[in-house]
Design a protein around this ligand. Structure first.
Ligand SMILES: Cc1cc2nc3c(=O)[nH]c(=O)nc-3n(C[C@H](O)[C@H](O)[C@H](O)COP(=O)(O)O)c2cc1C
Length: 182
């Protein structure tokens, strides 16, 4: 767990971009639905709720996995599910562009990750994948931006990672608080 100057939710301190996932990972459809429900509690501009989560298990997981970079494939293949996060580009109420769709989807993904952490699971976001290939693989309409892929699963089995990934499998450092406050 990270050390922080102030007290805060344990899940915030505990979460990190964990790449060590158990072999034969199992996360039920019900749990994945609960993570989506947690994400859906996030705020959004005009309450648009522009986020969508394409949950890929089984054959769909293989299809999404194939779009990941080799470095990500090495560990993310052990996830119980890969989740493709999408964001609708326009407001439904008037059809105008929604400049906050990515911000809202990022916030929702944060809620998803923290609820996963609370349940003892890892939800690790990745930008290392081919967006065009993912769009083509699932026929994602252009009205949605592709945000990222999350690897969701039970943590464990550090020794299954390559030496390089083992060495970097720890919480990332943070800048000093003063650097964030303007
Ligand atoms: C949008 C986004 C894309 C990321 N892409 C990758 C990725 O492709 N592969 C990976 O292993 N980690 C990826 N990460 C994880 C970050 O490297 C990680 O969150 C960061 O180094 C901070 O570490 P921490 O989450 O453990 O605090 C990504 C994180 C975000 C938010």
């Amino acid at each position: 767990m990270r050390t922080t100057k102030y007290d805060m939710l344990d899940v915030i301190r505990e979460r990190f971009a964990n790449r060590a996932l158990k072999q034969d990972n199992q996360v039920s459809d019900q749990t994945l639905e609960a993570l989506v429900e947690a994400a859906a509690q996030a705020p959004s501009c005009f309450n648009e709720q522009p986020w969508r989560f394409l949950i890929a298990k089984g054959e769909r997981k293989d299809r999404l996995l194939a779009t990941l970079t080799p470095v990500n494939q090495e560990w993310a293949g052990r996830a119980a599910a890969l989740v493709l996060t999408l964001a609708k580009k326009t407001f439904t109420y008037n059809g105008n562009n929604n400049p906050w769709h990515l911000s809202d989807a990022g916030c929702a993904a944060g809620f998803f990750m923290l609820e996963a952490q609370r349940r003892g699971l890892t939800a690790h976001p990745m930008a290392g994948f081919d967006k065009k290939a993912a769009r083509a693989a699932f026929l994602i309409p252009e009205e949605f931006d592709i945000v990222h892929v999350m690897a969701v699963g039970e943590p464990g089995d550090l020794e299954l990672l390559s030496e390089k990934n083992q060495a970097r499998n720890h919480p990332g450092t943070r800048k000093a608080i003063e650097e964030f406050i303007l």
